[in-house]
Design a protein around this ligand. Sequence first.
Ligand code: G3P
Ligand code: CA
Length: 313
Amino acid sequence: MSSTTRRTVAVLTILVALGCATTGARQGTPGRKQLVAHRGASAYAPEHTLEAYTLAIEQGADYVEQDLAVTKDGVLVCIHDLTLDRTTNVEEVFPTRFVEDKTGAAPVKRWLVGDFTLAEIKQLDAGSWFNAKFSSAKIPTFQEAIDAVGKRAGLYPELKDPAFYRARGVSPEKLLTDILKKNGLLTTLASARVIIQSFDETTVKLLAKDLPQVPRVLLVEPTNATRIDTQEKIKEVAGWATGLGPNKMIVAARPELVKWAQAAGMTVTPWTFRSSNTGTFPSVRDEMTKFLYDYGVDAVFTDNPDQFPRKRN
Ligand code: G3P
Ligand code: CA
């Protein structure tokens, strides 16, 4: 190796080290408010595409969220829904591969993620529904998301519909555990390169046993708000979860739960803050400011990472 090459390698090594240190410090700084990009920068690019994830990082995300489903051949892929219909052209590519959902007044055709192999899913256009300019976007695997995010931000995977997959004989918790181990992502609670989330208590409790060193957040829907409406109930949840992820309406209705959760050692990360729905707030930045600096939440999920108020103005 020439001395010039050696110097270049040394400089690159230092730069990489500085980059990692910056990211780690950013995510791990106590008291620093955390920006979680909800489905990526999903106000500006199709949710759960590498385009949305990359843009989220460019807009300063501390964490990039991945909702996870399982393919027929057992691969974790990034998609919010149990079905492919809303965000892809599956109906056009596989017109006969639907199941009929008869739970409503009239039967509805649904294309389940779990009925398609990864190779089939990769044939789908996951961007045109959002904007024609994203027609080449694909559904990423979780591995592709890990690779794309790298050390530039943290990962925030949510296991979607785990009971559905368990009923099919699949363990999404094991798939998640295996892929995090394979990628050396079982870091400490303090460094927290990965935070796991689920609405499913069974899932969060299983992960508390299998991955005690990885932070895990229990998500709470407005319909389940009574699950966390007293200090005692929150203390019980703190026995197996490290954070709460309540719908923002739950926090607005009972802001004291933030202090209760923090007193029990948990973080609070409400969802979802988006410019397309700010309720009575003039802007999504104003809404996030209220939650972060008046209610005192630790982090927020937002579709608009570029509007995140790093400081109170
Ligand atoms: O995971 C937090 C938030 O994303 C929950 O809502 O439906 O967007 O996954 P959803
Ligand atoms: Ca989610």
